[in-house]
Write a protein that binds this ligand. Structure first.
Ligand SMILES: Nc1nc2c(ncn2[C@@H]2O[C@H](COP(=O)(O)OP(=O)(O)O)[C@@H](O)[C@H]2O)c(=O)[nH]1
Ligand SMILES: [Mg+2]
Length: 310
């Protein structure tokens, strides 16, 4: 499946709502762009959870170009789409690979945000590129969490390092990187237990995990990914601030985009969090991961609304 189709899968719920709302906005052939129109448009935008700032920017762009004219959906959509793309602009940024030795990726986030599943997806992608992957089972709190990662490792063909019961996650991370170096693996991905950004001791533990990785490889981790759950909307934004204080986050994986009709949350994240959205999760299977590319994302969002014309 190509990137465009993955975005369509991930944006299915959001796109259905958008289509219905936009049809209501343009009941007849054209529509006068007046205050009533702009207000209705604002409501639709805010409903997608993109945040007031982003919604206002789009409405202002439409107002300044089209106010007082009777226009078609296509004319409005052109401006809408262009502004959306601009609001989310970023370098498309796949995992930054190490110059030499294994690339170390650490994954953190709150409970159930999609860390382990996203690790499985990244692993599948690396293995499909012929890379060898070592996983570190750093969620040592729950036996079931270790088991979950073990099952993925076996299914996908990755090595895995698990700790003895009660071992510190920093030790597991250290050993995983050690094994990756010793076996000449290309990538080492370290899972961590879910934690709330308000739990100071657990946030400090995250800092320790990062430090212990650095004891093995001074320029690692090469990526620290924060997994956010798209279905919890803008709550994720406050998580980003706190996690960034504890570890050197390099990017966001936005999981479960397919589970929400509020896909506009990506705009809020891009506006309010100083980190790139690296990947979006569009389902539960290993292949359901898409490198985030704003232009294709927006085109996929509008395809159903605009029909054949995209
Ligand atoms: N629909 C959907 N479900 C997901 C996605 N990512 C994760 N999940 C599900 O969310 C739940 C929690 O995921 P998990 O990776 O265990 O979260 P963790 O606690 O952060 O490690 C599981 O049931 C996953 O199958 C996604 O992109 N789409
Ligand atoms: Mg997990």
């Amino acid at each position: 499946m190509g990137l465009f189709d993955k975005f369509k899968q991930g944006l299915n719920k959001t796109a259905q709502i958008l289509k219905t709302d936009v049809r209501d906005l343009f009941r007849s052939e054209g529509r006068l762009i007046d205050d009533a129109f702009l207000e209705e448009m604002m409501e639709i935008l805010v409903k997608t959870d993109m945040g007031f700032q982003g919604a206002d920017a789009i409405v202002q762009a439409v107002a300044s170009d089209l106010r007082g004219r009777v226009v078609t959906l296509e004319e409005v959509a052109d401006i809408w789409k262009a502004k959306l793309k601009q609001l989310m602009t970023q370098e498309s940024s796949p995992i930054a690979l190490a110059n030499s030795g294994p690339t170390v990726v650490m994954v953190c986030g709150v409970n159930g945000s999609g860390k382990t599943t996203s690790i499985a997806k990244l692993t599948a992608e690396f293995i499909s590129q012929g890379k060898r992957v070592v996983l570190g089972a750093g969620d040592t709190f729950r036996a079931a969490a270790v088991k979950q990662l073990e099952i993925w490792a076996e299914r996908l063909g990755a090595d895995i390092v698990t700790g003895a019961e009660g071992s510190h996650p920093a030790t597991v991370a250290y050993k995983a990187v050690e094994q990756a170096i010793a076996t000449g693996a290309d990538v080492c991905i370290v899972d961590t237990a879910g934690r709330l950004q308000t739990q100071a001791n657990l946030m400090a533990e995250l800092t320790k995990i990062q430090q212990s990785i650095r004891k093995q490889l001074p320029d690692a981790p090469h990526e620290v990914l924060l997994t956010l759950d798209a279905t919890t909307g803008q709550n994720g934004i406050s998580q980003a601030t706190k996690f960034t204080e504890a570890v050197d986050c390099t990017g966001i994986v936005l999981a479960k985009l397919d589970g929400t009709a509020k896909g506009g949350v990506v705009v809020a994240i891009r506006q309010q969090v100083g980190l790139p959205v690296k990947y979006v999760g569009v389902g539960e299977q290993p292949e359901d991961l898409a490198l985030f590319v704003p232009d294709e994302f927006v085109d996929a969002l509008f395809e159903d609304t605009l029909g054949e014309k995209v």
